[in-house]
Design a protein around this ligand. Structure first.
Ligand code: SF4
Length: 148
């Protein structure tokens, strides 16, 4: 069975974008968000290993250098390393969702876990500059589409 390695927040971003109905397009970064999203959304039984690290979306990205993200989030003052931002976010998600780092489960099981933890999830996973209420709405729409 194929197992995809993903940061939990990357999968939440996919569910949220799917809920918003925004198509997944190739990025100039060269990362694999669009191909991983297509694969996962097409297969609820896809096995996923959850990591706090560069994942299968990062693998072809031009910002992945020696296994770490060298991108910088300039919306923070002072600017923040995206690697550190992502690591902090994913560690908070592991705690919030009651998951162990390295946990493996199907996409369908992860969707059930997200549904169980939906109230308050947006307080953990909303990105800076993103509207938390909209994030929650898009996550719920994504769940509704995928669990219909
Ligand atoms: S986290 Fe960094 S390396 Fe991974 S896809 Fe985003 S920009 Fe690329």
């Amino acid at each position: 069975m194929i197992t995809v390695q993903l940061r939990p927040h990357h999968l939440l971003d996919i569910i949220s974008q799917h809920g918003a109905g925004t198509p997944f397009e190739p990025s100039e970064y060269g990362h694999a968000l669009h191909t991983v999203a297509a694969a996962v959304l097409a297969d609820p039984q896809m096995n996923i290993e959850f990591v706090v690290d560069a994942d299968d979306i990062c693998a072809p990205c031009k910002h992945l250098v020696n296994g770490r993200c060298d991108d910088v989030l300039r919306r923070f003052d002072p600017p923040k390393s995206k690697q550190e931002y992502n690591d902090d976010l994913d560690r908070r998600l592991f705690v919030y969702l009651g998951m162990a780092e390295g946990a493996t489960m199907t996409f369908a099981r992860f969707l059930r876990l997200i549904r169980e933890h939906l109230d308050g999830l947006e307080q953990v996973c909303t990105h800076p500059g993103e509207d938390a209420a909209r994030r929650r709405e898009n996550l719920e729409r994504g769940l509704d589409k995928l669990q219909a």
